[in-house]
Ligand binder design. Structure first.
Ligand code: ASP
Ligand code: MG
Length: 412
């Protein structure tokens, strides 16, 4: 008998009929002789409504009370789901995070899971029940209700799968898997059958829409294979698993883009010890996360500093830079919010040379200028003008033949 965790997102349980349909789907798997744990999100839109309600009461809602409110959407879906199962003649029980004993730290609105007690779930499995658990919530040792951050139900599912040593962890959503790139940007985008945890983490901007990225870090740490798939079809989705030979044989697995960054350049900065810290300390003190940083050396003891920040923090970063420039005696600074970061990702990059230079060549052939480059072991990113995003994504997707299944893949 296998233990299977299945998580359904807000769009999958958006109304009573959808909840009934999901219950049918789960019961089929239960009837095949499996012990089921179902993790549910709130109905889509509900959590957002609670956020608005809280802000109508208090400008900065009290964190404890905010979590108390936000966690309530899941209580609705799990109880309705258990009723649907019972109406169809099987047995189920709904459990909140504190009833399971999903223990978290006390960082309200972004709590981390510290421990999960599996006794309660196992007891109900022993008596043949489908166990339905509220996603996104936990409880502190002081008995305060916490939430795991928006989209946190995926993490609940992965954490339960790890604690129960489940045979499978399936995340059901409204898309059928992870694609080689954004299908809205490139018609040739192809569903990926299998991807490694590290690639999934690097493809965050693609993956975030499909799978909450914190759940992937969790899955990697505890080696939980995740199957991301559609609620509305029976087709296989994408498996997020440990790296294997096939993945290493492919130089590139996906192309991703991020239009939500801005670039700032400070020119003719005195090249003395402590300058970088004078620039970046006030920026980090303002909670602004800097992504790519490049420093160029000039003649005459001067240097240029270029970096990117999230678009939402662009105005405040420019304000800070203005002050810092006067402070350190830099000649001038310029900003550009109309940029995009295009990345190619693949664990195979470790064994294939010339991937980066191919990328540069492809962009050059299209007449696209690269203003910043950054690399990691399994990723190459280029910052370009935003208006070329689509062209860059399509040309890279073509150049690395991401629309084609590989011979190895066909065999597996
Ligand atoms: N209901 C929560 C949210 O909307 C958690 C989740 O759906 O995963 O963020
Ligand atoms: Mg989600």
């Amino acid at each position: 008998m296998a233990v299977i965790v299945q998580k359904f997102g807000g769009t999958s349980v958006a109304d009573p009929d959808k909840i009934k349909a999901v219950a049918e789907r789960v019961m089929k798997v239960a009837k095949a002789g499996n012990d089921m744990v179902v993790v549910l999100s709130a109905m889509s839109g509900e959590t957002n409504k609670f956020v608005a309600l809280a802000h109508a009461m208090q400008e900065h809602p009290d964190p404890r009370e905010f979590d108390m409110l936000l966690s309530s959407g899941e209580q609705v879906t799990i109880s309705l789901f258990a009723m649907a199962v019972k109406a169809a003649g099987m047995d189920a029980i709904s459990l909140l995070g504190d009833q399971v004993k999903i223990i978290t730290d006390d960082s309200h609105t972004r709590a981390r899971i510290l421990a999960i007690d599996t006794d309660e779930i196992e007891k109900h499995h022993a008596s043949g029940k489908i166990v339905v658990v509220a996603g996104f919530q936990g409880v502190t040792s002081e008995k305060n209700i916490t939430t795991l951050g928006r989209g946190g139900s995926d993490t609940t599912a992965v954490a339960l799968a790890a604690a129960l040593k489940a045979d499978a962890c399936e995340i059901f959503t409204d898309v059928d898997g992870v694609y080689t790139t954004d299908p809205n940007m490139c018609k040739k985008a192809r569903k990926i059958d299998k991807i490694s945890y590290d690639e999934m983490l690097e493809l965050a901007s693609l993956g975030a829409k499909v799978l909450d990225i914190r759940s992937v870090s969790f899955a990697k740490r505890y080696k939980v294979p995740i199957h991301v798939r559609s609620t509305f079809t029976d087709t296989e989705g994408t498996w997020v698993v440990e790296e294997d030979e096939l993945m290493e044989s492919l130089p590139v697995s996906g192309v991703t883009y991020n239009k939500n960054e801005a670039r700032i350049t400070i020119s003719k900065v005195p090249d003395t010890p402590g300058t970088a810290s004078k620039i970046f300390t006030p920026i980090s003190d303002a909670d602004i996360v800097v992504d790519v940083i490049i420093q160029n050396t000039r003649e005459g003891g001067l240097t240029d500093m270029t970096f990117t920040v999230p678009l939402t923090d662009y105005e405040s970063a420019m304000e800070i830079v203005k002050k810092v420039c006067a402070d350190i005696g830099a000649e001038r600074f310029i900003g550009d919010p109309d940029i995009a970061k295009i990345s190619i990702v693949g664990v195979g990059m470790r064994n294939h040379s010339a991937i980066a230079s191919t990328m540069f060549q492809v962009l050059a052939n299209e007449g696209i200028n690269i203003s910043l480059i950054s690399t990691s072991e399994i990723k190459v990113s280029c910052v370009i003008a935003e208006k070329y995003t689509e062209l860059a994504v399509r040309s890279l997707h073509d150049a690395f033949e991401l629309d084609k299944t590989t011979p190895l893949e066909e065999r597996s």
